[in-house]
Design a protein around this ligand. Sequence first.
Ligand SMILES: Nc1ncnc2c1ncn2[C@@H]1O[C@H](COP(=O)(O)OP(=O)(O)O)[C@@H](O)[C@H]1O
Ligand SMILES: [Mg+2]
Length: 612
Amino acid sequence: MIKNIKKFYTASLKHQLIISIALVHTVMMSIFIYDLVKKEGTFLIEQHTKSAKSLSKTLASSSTSWVLSNDFVGLKEILTSMQNYPGVKYIIITNIEGEILSHTSKRYIGLYLSDDKSIEYLKGEVKTKIIFENSDYIDVVSPILRENQHIGWARISLSKELINKSLDDVILNGLFYTLLAIIIGVIVGYFISIGITKNIYKILQVIQKVKGGKKNIYSNVNRDDEIGILSKEFDYMLQKISEQTTLIDSVMKSSPDLIFYKDYSNFDGVYIGCNDQFSNFVGRSKDDIIGKTDFDLFDNKLALFFRKNDKLMLKSQKPYKNEEWVKYPDGSDILLESIKTPLYNLDGSILGVLGNSRDITQKYHDQKELEEKNKILFDQSKLASMGEMIGNIAHQWRQPLSVISTGATGLKLLKEYNTLTDQQFLEACDSINDNAQYLSKTIDDFKDFIKGERKKVKFNLSKDINSFLHLVEGSIKNNNIHLEKDIQDDIEIYGYPNELIQCFINIFNNSKDALKDLEDNRYIYISTSILDNKVIITFKDNAGGIDDEILNRIYEPYFTTKHKSQGTGLGLSMTYSLVVDGMGGSIETKNDQLTIDGKKYKGAITKITLEL
Ligand SMILES: Nc1ncnc2c1ncn2[C@@H]1O[C@H](COP(=O)(O)OP(=O)(O)O)[C@@H](O)[C@H]1O
Ligand SMILES: [Mg+2]
């Protein structure tokens, strides 16, 4: 019951206002009426008591002579005249012993009063007093005196019927006004509430419409009070939301990506929104997509794949990226790169999946093409550096070959003149053999370098540099280059030793080429060191350096300042990709100043940095 009343009361503002106003009226009126009745009652009773007392006094004084003379007929006349007084119930005249001298009911005359109340006043003080009083009547008695001598009692009983009746009238009136107040209260409450709620309902209706998807509608309540302010603020909010939505819509529209979102909180992956690109991809209108799942839109295999990725992301609650070949409705195959991120509700709980898929088919093909190109480039540059190496080896072989050939010719000559000693023979043979061994070693080194497998191994850097120096030994000598080394013996690297040698050769060859312009004092410095857990390999020359304008282009493939027959422009680009892409290191070339024998030179310095 109380629950129902509470429910009814809180159901609407109208109920609350009407009930409250009616209740206040009822309470206020009740208090007022209660107070009025109480005051009126007290007043009437006082009046009544007064008139009862004065009646009994009048009765006592007019009875005096009749009591003295024991004239019952005279007494009777007085009684009869007083009996008509409104509300008189009975009148009793007694002597002081309590013998009834006259009574409104004749049959009591001559009897004695014997009840407790009567005996109490007969024996009590001689004065006008109230004998008895209840809500219906009052009994009052006054002594009958003759010149201060007490001769009897005049008693009168006065009914309160009239008072009660007029009090009833007051109450009835009160009830009527209370009821009137309640009715007026209800009516006033009703109109006030209608005034207030009419506009609130207007705002509510707008909310319902906005919820239903309607756009650009406002509540427009034209009032200056709180409801007017509420409406204005609400409309402002709607306008802001509408601006935001337009912004998001146009972002989604202008994005070349496929954007979609699915609900996983209430449904099992139901689409709740997407952009035009996504709807093109699915080959259905947006309205036809919303409310569907992947299984309604795609073949089972693809749907399962999408679902799996959604679940993976939802489980980790972290953005999830994947690539997948899919077929467009027109039959074309495209490669999609999708990023799925959690979509949150306002309360922070997961609503579902926000997906962003990018068509990377072109990028994929470009990448493939680039890889292909790079492979060709790589092969070309390898060939180029092999050509340079063969040139190096040719230089390197010249000396031992001439040792061998002069050794053999010398032997032949000595033999012809018969002057060949055993000692000379053995020495010549040893020398020929040593040099042949040297030639063989050079070939082996070259073979190792050419054939070297591309396998990541742990290797000693100083040994690797020595192998490189061995391969360019002839070139160094032939070009009168002074090579200075500052190499740490114990550096071990995890990587590709042959590729590093190739890099060294490429850098060396550039210095060698540039040094050709110097008459003498051609220097190359090689040093290795460890800094911050990184290996640093530096090549430095005094060949004049590189023009600042081209310094940032030297790593570009096919960039060369040399004649066609001399340079391919591939050396440094290959070195860059071997160091940066192949070994995860970095490479930097700049110009440097150096002083040799008191003479100042400019030169190039190339620094390779590798992880230990
Ligand atoms: N040590 C150097 N001194 C001067 N110029 C250099 C040096 N190293 C590289 N270069 C410049 O960088 C260009 C590109 O070098 P590279 O890629 O090896 O191609 P190539 O040697 O075939 O020209 C060279 O043509 C040259 O101009
Ligand atoms: Mg080069």
